[in-house]
Design a protein around this ligand. Sequence first.
Ligand code: CA
Length: 386
Amino acid sequence: MDTKKSFDMTRRQFVMSSAALLTAGALTHDAVASQGAAAARGPFRVIIDTDPGVDDALALLLAMRSPELKIEAITPVAGNVPLELTLPNALRLVEIAGRTDIPVAAGARAPLLRRLVTATYAHGENGLGGAVFPEPTTKPVSESASEYIRHIVRKYPHEVTLITLGPLTNIATALNSDPELAGMVRGLTMMGGSLSGGNITPAAEFNIYVDPEAARIVFQSGIPITMVGLDVTRKTSLTEEHVRVLEAAQNPASQAAAKIGRNAINHNRDRGFLVGPNMHDSLAVAAFLDPTILKWQDYYVDVEVAGELTAGETLGYSPVAGDLKRRPGMEKDLAASMTIRGSAPTLASTKTSPVVREKYVPNTKVGIDVDSSRFFELLIGRLAGK
Ligand SMILES: [Ca+2]
């Protein structure tokens, strides 16, 4: 698949799904003009892959209360807590939101090649920050998550966007099972990665750290990717005030979100953090609903899978960012000649640094800044709304 072509497609899709101006500098005048024609938005077919998870819970409730989304499936995966908990948590949330019409398909119990590392330190032993809800009575569908993802994408080619809120094991498994599948996916919006340091190690963000091999398969798949990483999700701290608004609203989703949010705030405080828990996953859903909440920049992103200290790090290459930045007008020439290079050769191996890509071709739109107050207006407004 031609990655350049597919990435251009992403840009158009972005514009089509956006109600107002994107702030990214890369947007062309034609693209901006075409937005007016895209006033009728959605519904967009999405599959939400998730490991609930405190912030997953609020993200799922937000998604299930957003009329722009036609949620074709929710596919839990092992991550924050094991699948034995992420699956029932997903079913609980579907029931709380009154959306048992949405199929839930059980996903992978473990990463592709590694032992599972969980994050109960952040999400509590039950994955919902210790907030307790009744056992779900709804059952998952008989197909596995990867089978179901394949089934839905093939049923609606070029229509389905994958919104991923956990490790990418289910998605990579689906892509591995069907070489044509990546070319049939409309796009993938992920919470994951970081171009500015990690949260589980100094290098790696948790979702990518848990299954870096799966993440690499996804980044190299040719699917147009939108990355909502720690660079922006660090700026989405839930506050007491947000929780009070949720508590005051009298709908089941809002009440559940308030209960989970309050437990998570208390848990964070007990652990000595100065700020509330970040709403990482909700920001990814919000970024799909309204891309204008964030600023975007095009990068070639790859994943470190070999590093002893850095496995799961996401590396972003751009001719217009960081130390590679050139004066305006030169970016285009530079992009054409920019090779993506691996580490320097060892004495025992090749004589030159391995070239990962001959020239710079972006594969990911990375969120580089966020309007946090607009994000919380959307999140809290939708959860608290009637
Ligand atoms: Ca998650």
